[in-house]
Design a protein around this ligand. Structure first.
Ligand SMILES: [Zn+2]
Length: 142
């Protein structure tokens, strides 16, 4: 997962500090570098699972796709250090995003817990694989 230092800091400063479960969308440049994390401001999470504010996130995404950016995935927090993997609900949500965005071959589903940031690449075929965090230095080219 290629990401700018700024976007990674946005994740760490929000999901990494706020109580779980919170979430938001990852937005990438046309080159596929994640350049921004937009926190779901409305949903403050619950004791169970994070439920996204679809309307707010769709609005936030629309503003960015108008500037040539693209949805890259979704990041959310899990409590503690127990579960850096995607839950069944997370996988179902990833499938839903992919079904609603048929032009995307895959998306990043990022779990943040007390140990840090855990990226998972979920493809439209249903395959899920573990990714690495690669911080892109400098300004990504559009
Ligand atoms: Zn989850």
């Amino acid at each position: 997962m290629n990401i700018t230092g700024k976007a990674l800091a946005q994740i760490n400063d929000t999901l990494g500090k706020l109580p779980p479960e919170r979430g938001g969308i990852l937005v990438a440049s046309p080159k596929g570098v994640i350049v921004e994390f937009c926190l779901d401001q409305k949903n403050k999470g619950s004791r169970d699972e994070y439920t996204p504010d679809h309307e707010g996130l769709t609005r936030a995404l629309r503003l960015r796709t108008e500037r040539g950016l693209e949805l890259a995935g979704f990041a959310h927090s899990h409590p503690g250090v127990c579960c850096p993997k995607l839950s069944l609900q997370d996988r179902a949500y990833a499938r839903e995003i992919l079904e609603n965005n048929p032009h995307l071959a895959s998306i990043w589903m990022v779990v943040v817990d007390d140990n840090g940031v855990h990226p998972w690449l979920v493809s439209a075929s249903g395959r899920t694989q573990k990714g690495d965090v690669r911080v892109v230095v400098g300004r990504p080219r559009r």
